[in-house]
Design a protein around this ligand. Structure first.
Ligand code: GAL
Length: 716
């Protein structure tokens, strides 16, 4: 009898494990991208909502890799309508991604409930872009393509049958006892009876991220004007107020490329009509064309909840959910018919008269403001699924309109998710911690989204300047004055420094635009975490808790990691300062590094302490880097304009840079209408640096003059 029991136990265990191994069939669907299907196919998923179109050619250009994990250690089971997933984890691995987190980078040892929400001051998984993708320092990534509220145990659960069990310790006598024993797995609970899972390989973390972005269609290349400065005006500003604001920018000689028009442009907001308010905007067409004549674009605020007083309402109401948001109906944007109605209305009222983009608000949360999880939608999409994909749906729908018109936009959205890399959207929110905004900017680079640490108001000139410095070194340089009416010159004592940093951004346009082109074509994030830089080896340190009553004795999972520094493009390390700080540490990766402003050597693979003063944002340049710049200007260049190039070189090494350019406005670059010129700095026989730049291909768009000025920044 006893033997029989053991036999039974053995067979059931063996049976369930072998089922798992057989069930997970990994298909290499693109170079270095594997997919496995588990259980039932779901009618909606994140990638389905985003309609991702992998850039197969670019994926093929990445290195060949083998499946990066031990397949036998991956398991998946569907039990009582839920999918249980497990991926192996080795001792030294760190995990990045798992949503737009604001306070932490390495997610190993954390539990996240990935749920689209307005960020509420705690990395719980509830955030604007709770992307279920993680990238490991071991060089692979995992994506769960489920439009559900996922729970991720990122190396916390310890199974009785774990492959590698933690050491058993007696807390009474062993000082090495740990509150959070070692876990050898990432486990994920998907509340659905099936899902699809993707594994991405790579020779580095950066290559994994590139694969993820290219699989999502490549990154986004904004129009040149999108990289200029943008001011969002107070809610009730009229067309006249806005034109005065533009004049004010001219008067203050301050860069401005697009204006954000906040809720007051609509005849009703919260819920919205998406129709112009006639007293403030008597002639929208003329208003937009007057702005365009001045080289200024307009971006319109909206939330997608349809007001009963607008002309869209009767048509969209039958295609909407069971619950309202601010008394407006919630359009079911998974339906072709709904999207078609929106398109018609938006073309007529905005796109056809030259509106250049949108700020799509309130598609994230908070819970009490959105539809509840008991809401239903005509398509049968559940409220939970709708919540997880709504940001993707609005981005996908609107991005297509601009694409169809062959006009690039650069817009804003408050919710996103997996598969969004190619969308023309930057995420923002109402939360306002400067430091956490920078952490979010860094984390955005792991999950294929862009983020702006917008500036709104400040308590002091110092804080104002520090915030302005970082927003000018981010994907979108935005002052959001919807509530306060602030202007870049609101603190006159730092007006000159604020102008300097905004103009520095404009001068860096050739470099920045090329960095975004690499995002588009190679999937390399333009602003990225230090961990994505080759040669960056700083390890997260664990800080153990103490049993002394003054500290939390269970805080063994606290970590010390590199914070508040990131790369802009390949060459520039940005180390922002925050209000009240006079000095900070900067971790310099492998190689020699130089001060951006002076060209002086600052250190090599070490931690330096800097005392930079208030005027400038600390920037460091990697040895041998070439940085193409142009003149300070207040607008991005027009298509037919030719700018002067000043090419900087830093350090004691020869260097190379491929400068990208195109018309800056349309999608013609996708049909080969772009230029790439090779810039080189080499030493001549006597050891002096000399620079050269190749000619652009004849007939291809190229916005620079042939004659360039060279600046060899580092004097021996
Ligand atoms: C908020 C948004 C702000 C501003 C405001 C206007 O939800 O985050 O940036 O647009 O709405 O009412």
């Amino acid at each position: 009898m006893k033997n029989l029991k053991i036999f039974f136990l053995f067979t059931t265990t063996w049976f369930s494990y072998s089922m798992i191994a057989q069930n997970l069939e990994w298909n290499e669907i693109h170079n270095g991208v594997w997919r496995a299907k588990i259980g039932a196919e779901q009618h909606i998923s994140l990638l389905k909502a985003a309609e991702v179109k992998p850039d197969v050619k670019a994926l093929d250009n990445l290195s060949d890799v083998t499946f990066p994990l031990d397949k036998a250690k991956i398991s998946a089971e569907v039990i009582s309508g839920k999918t249980y997933l497990r991926f192996p984890l080795e001792k030294e691995e760190e995990l990045y991604g798992l949503g737009l987190n604001f306070k932490t980078h390495n997610q190993r040892g954390r539990i996240l409930n990935l749920h689209v929400d307005h960020y509420g001051n705690g990395d719980s998984g509830r955030t604007h872009a709770p992307v279920p993708f993680y990238v490991s320092t071991k060089g692979y990534g995992v994506l769960i393509d489920a439009a559900n509220y996922l729970t991720v145990y990122a190396g916390t659960g310890v199974r009785v049958e774990a492959d590698e069990r933690p050491v058993l310790r007696n807390r009474n006598s062993d000082p090495k006892w740990e509150a959070q024993p070692y876990s050898d797995a990432v486990e994920i609970l998907v509340p659905a009876n099936g899902t699809e899972v993707y594994v991405f390989g790579g020779n580095s973390m950066l290559e994994v991220v590139q694969r993820y972005n290219l699989f999502s269609g490549g990154g986004y290349l904004p129009p040149k004007w999108g990289l200029g400065f943008t001011q969002r005006v107070p809610t009730l500003f009229s067309a006249k107020d806005i034109l005065n604001e533009v004049a004010d920018f001219e008067h203050h000689n301050f860069p401005l490329d697009f204006i954000g028009v906040e809720p007051g442009w609509q005849s009703m907001a919260y819920p919205c009509t998406f129709e112009w308010e006639k007293t403030r905007f008597p002639d929208p067409e003329k208003f937009i064309s007057t702005l365009l004549d001045k080289g200024i674009r307009a971006n319109l605020w909206l939330n997608p909840y349809v007001s009963p007083v607008g002309s869209l309402y009767p048509k969209v109401k039958p295609l909407s959910g069971s619950h309202t948001v601010w008394n407006g109906v919630v359009p079911d944007l998974t339906l072709d018919k709904t999207r078609h109605l929106f398109k018609e209305h938006f073309y007529k009222n905005h796109l056809d008269i030259g509106v250049s983009g949108y700020k799509i608000d309130e598609v994230d949360g908070f819970d009490q403001w959105l539809w509840p999880d008991v809401a239903t939608f005509p398509s049968g999409t559940t409220a939970e699924e709708m919540r997880q994909v709504y940001g993707l749906l609005v981005q996908n729908m609107t991005a297509k309109w601009f694409k169809e018109m062959n006009r690039r936009t650069y817009s804003l959205v408050r919710a996103s998710n997996a598969g969004a890399s190619s969308f023309p959207y930057v995420i923002y929110d109402d939360y306002y911690s400067h430091k956490d905004f920078i952490t979010a900017l860094i984390n955005s680079s792991f999950i294929g989204v862009l983020w702006t640490p917008e500036v709104r108001a400040s308590k002091s000139a110092e804080e104002w300047l520090r915030r302005m410095q970082t927003v000018c070194f981010s994907p979108m340089a935005m002052l959001n004055a919807w509530a306060d009416g602030t202007k870049p010159w609101s603190f006159p004592e730092v007006e000159a420094q604020v102008r300097d940093v905004a103009q520095l951004r404009m001068r860096l346009l050739p470099y920045m635009y090329t960095s975004f082109a690499r995002y588009r074509f190679e999937g390399i994030p333009p602003f990225r975490a230090m961990q994505l830089l080759e040669g960056f080896v700083f390890k997260t340190e664990k800080i153990e808790g103490k049993l002394d009553g003054t500290d939390n004795p269970y805080a063994g999972h606290k970590t010390k990691e590199v914070r508040y520094q990131y790369m802009m493009g390949d060459a520039i390390l940005v180390a922002p300062m925050f209000v009240g700080e006079t000095s900070r540490e900067v971790v310099l990766p492998k190689d020699k590094w130089y001060d951006f402003y002076t060209g002086a050597f600052v250190g090599e693979e070490e931690i330096i302490t800097i005392e930079p003063g208030l005027d400038k944002i600390p920037l460091f340049v990697k040895n041998g880097s070439i940085i193409p710049m142009t003149e300070a200007r207040n607008r991005a260049p027009k298509t037919d304009e030719k700018l002067d190039l000043t090419i900087r070189h830093y350090g004691d090494k020869e260097g190379q840079f491929t400068l990208y350019d195109d018309d800056g406005l349309s999608f013609d670059f996708e049909n080969g209408q772009f230029s790439q010129v090779e810039i080189k700095v080499v030493r001549d026989r006597s050891g002096h640096f000399i620079g050269s730049i190749s000619k652009p291909e004849r007939g291809k768009p190229y916005g620079y003059n042939r004659k360039v000025a060279w600046e060899f920044m580092t004097q021996k």
